[in-house]
Design a binder for this molecule. Sequence first.
Ligand code: SAM
Length: 224
Amino acid sequence: MSKAEVFENERATGYNRFVETWIPGYNYFLDGLPGLFGQVNQKDLLVVGCGTGNEIERFVQAPERWMVTGVDPSPEMIKQAREKLQEYDNVTLIEGFVSDIDRKYNAATLLLVLHFLDDNGSKLDLLKDIADRLVPGATFVMLDITGGKNQLRQNLEVLRLLLPAGLEQDQIDNRLNRIENELFPVSEERISELCTAAGFEPPLRFFQSSIYMGWIMKKNGAAF
Ligand SMILES: C[S@@+](CC[C@H](N)C(=O)[O-])C[C@H]1O[C@@H](n2cnc3c(N)ncnc32)[C@H](O)[C@@H]1O
């Protein structure tokens, strides 16, 4: 059984407002995504944990025509994605898990998902499920809360400084406390170990905004 963090109710409806507030640079990261996949010949992308469709929106607006499959286990998130993307015939949305998919892609993304899964085999299972659905040499981009205990703690203080004005102190403390104590971020070294164990080449960290790190890597094997 795949592990999931299901987003419901206000967490789903208020999601976009939430990420824009709490993730400095989130829109910058999304805007750069299609460019990061510029060298992929066949524009056939798997978006894992697509949520409300934020990253898919960038690909359907890109100058190249991408075929995009989004998968997410949260009904309320995928419902928003369907509403937002219904006019596009190059987007397929699946309510479910990567393991439900039985074909391969040339590219994949996993944004803001892995830190919800415990490092007890669940992270590795998801990364393997993704690698198994990619052709050799495929490009994979990930955004995740990353950092060992000390690095995370220091970057949470940086995040505190970067938050927009107007948030209540209690709200900030609760959120930062939840990230530190209830989510499952791992160190940069561990991210690298997990990705290579799953079947990817060693990942490159190309982006960082406080606790959020962006990684790019290729699936093992020569591109065809
Ligand atoms: C923080 S949201 C990120 C959504 C989107 N990637 C974005 O950047 O806006 C996390 C999403 O991961 C999904 N999720 C949780 N567990 C998952 C799993 N095992 N496989 C795929 N998606 C999962 C949740 O349903 C949720 O929509």
